[in-house]
Each structure stands twice: as C-alpha cells, then as structure tokens.
Design a protein around this ligand. Sequence first.
Ligand code: AMP
Length: 422
Amino acid sequence: MKHVVKSPRGTRDIIGAALAPFLLLEKISREKACLWGFEEIRFPSFEHAQLFEKGTGDTTDIVEKEMYVFEDRGGRKLALRPEGTPSVVRAYIENNLSSIRKKAALFYIGSMFRAERPQAGRYREFEHIGFEYFGDAQAYADFEVMCLANSILVEFGIKPKFWVSSIGCPQCRKPYSVSVRSSLKDIEAQLCQDCKRRIEKNPLRALDCKICSHKTAQLAPPFSKCDACAGHEQNLLDLLKASNVPYELNPKIVRGLDYYTRTVFEITATDDPASIAIGGGGRYDGLVEVFGGPKTPAAGFAFGADRVVEALAGTQQGTANEKEKPVSERIFLTSAADNPEVISHVVGTAQKLRGDGVAAELSILTDSLKSQLRQAGKSGARFCATIGEEEVKSGEFSFKNFVTGESKKLLYEAMVKHVKNA
Ligand code: AMP
C-alpha cells in the first residue's frame, strides 16, 4: 500500500462550504474594524521566542507547554506565534507608531500555533481575529473594544456573553501575590510540579493552572483592588450597563497571560460561564514598556475564529447554511464540440467575460459534453453557457440559469447583461 502523507495532528484543511463562514466572519471583522477606525497589520508567523517568554510570560501554559520553539539554521531560538498581542506591541515599537500618532488601533487576522491536545474546538493551528488599541488609559477604550467585539459577533449571528473581571495593577497585586504564596506553601505537597515552581516565581499563575486550579482557587484570599483600579472597573461597568453589550461580572476570569492589568474579559456563545470561550481580551498597560517602548496604555481582544464558526454551526441557522452549497454568480463555459476552433472560441470568451467583469470558469473542454455539463452542475456556478460550431457561427450562446432552471439562446452582450442584472 502506498504511504499517504496526512496533515499533522491538530491541523486541518478547510474547503468549500466549510470555508464560507470563515470568509464571512473575516469580511464582517474588516468592515467593523473600518467603522471603528482600526487599521490592518500583518506580522511574521514566527518571532524570537523571547518575545513571547517576556510578553505572554515564561510561566504561562502557552509558553511553558504549548509553544512551538525551534532553532533556525543560524542557531537562533524562534517560535511560531501562539498569540498576536506581543507581535503587535513589538511592531508598534519597531515602527515607531507612538511618535506618529498618540492613539493607534490595529487589527490582524491570521493563524496561531499551540501544541495543545487536540479536541473539539482545540487545534494546533487556529485562526485569531485580534484588535489592539493603544494610547487610551480610560475605561472608554476597554468599552470601545468590547462594543466592537459584540458588534462583529451579533452581525455574524451569535448572541455573545461577556464575562468581565478586574485583576488590578502590579501595585494591588503585590500584597495579594504574597498572601497567595503563603496559602500555596501550606498545600505545596498537593501541587503539580509546575505550580511548585510557580510558588516563588509567579504564585498567581497557580490559580488558573489546568491541573491545580480546583485546589488553589478556593484557597485564594479575596482580592482587594486599589482605589484607582476599583474606579476604573466601576467606570467600565457604568458604560456597559448603559449599552447593549450583554455582560456579567465574573471574578473567576483571570486569563492565563502575564501582561493583563485591570480589565480582563472572556466571551462565550452561551449564558453558561463554563462553556468554551470564543474570545477573550483585556487591558495591558505595562506591555509596551516591557518591550522597551514608551509608557503606553493599551487594550485589546482576540476571537478564536474556528470557535466562533463552530458556535454558529451549533445553531439551527448555522447548520442549514453549512449544508447549503454556496452559489457563485459565475458562468461555467462548456464546449459542445471537441474541435480546436470551437475550444479556442470558448477560451477566448472566458477571457472576454472576465475583462468585462463577469466571473467565468472553464470545464475540461475536451471531455464529452455530458461530462462537462455534469462538471457544471457540481461547480457551484449559477450559470452555464455552451458553445458549439453553430454558436461560433451565429454568435449566440446556449445559456442556462441553474437557480431558475431557465434556458435560452443569448448573444454575448445580452448574456453579460443577464448575469449582471441577476
Ligand atoms: P486566548 O488569548 O488564549 O484566550 O485565545 C483567544 C481565543 O482563541 C480563545 O478564546 C479561543 O476562542 C481561541 N483559541 C485559543 N486556543 C485555541 C485552540 N487551541 N484552538 C482553537 N481556538 C483557540
């Protein structure tokens, strides 16, 4: 038996009808980004591993356990990007955006890579649609990005729920971190190896450890925010209360990344806080400085596009759409004669149609007409035009509209008009 090379574990091909909702989500995201004043950015798929170690955090699960790290031929330690925020911050500094404008709003669409155990909604390569808003320290900025996220999801057909919390700032986290450390020491023997290490390095990380959180979370003393952080949270809640963003306070949301300050939020597609997150984000006022840039407040979020699409497919409407074959306003051209003159006429017609702004696709023109018409039926094209020796002479095409079932003879100009007006 031949050895067939398959796609790596946790990756997949997305083709045809399965791709359609991704394209739609990306289209809506780009349109809304434009309405909110966000500009698209593309950045490398791999970066120096250090970027994520410093940014995402070297005690986070993403960096410790899930990052694809490799050495390139020059001996550099690189990593496939597991998330976009550190790259956007690096790009913001490297391209000196802060000196060009006080406020910068950037968004990106692209693959992220994490070596997680694949399961429903969890892949090793998945798509993030992310938004980062630099320069505004006020709760209005947190509110802006949450409204944007809500608007995209609602337009896509999802009823999102935002779970909001505040994790304070380094100042109010310091005493909290000391008391969490001492509680963890009491149960050190029951902790996983990672959390044992985290006791000294980053005790708060133990609170959202996938293995230990059920033991550690209940030990955590109540978190008391400083006045400035409490005020920021209240301002955001007041804005949310007066808006149509469906939210609920949930102090359990901590987000597994190091850089967050104050606001953090996760988004689900149901009212159940335990359901799979389709997106998440928050404020990260210290990250630009960590990477050597000027002190710059920032807030952002990212959707997991795969999970957003799967959430929609879980609804009635989504399932119906998925099964429906997308119809494209395209003419499928077939040749009724295996004769070089007719075939070159068909090929020429395709070029002419495209030049006139009409999408055209060719069948395998040397196949039998029966087989070509079968190809046309399966192609997803809405129209079919057949050209034979007679049509070459008369200039008329045998034209069919697959959706209405209508068939007629049309001259080139009439055919173009029909398609454009359909
Ligand atoms: P995070 O910043 O890690 O919370 O990621 C943001 C969003 O990306 C999550 O809310 C998920 O929707 C999505 N996501 C994270 N990891 C994966 C994965 N392995 N596969 C698919 N989607 C993911």
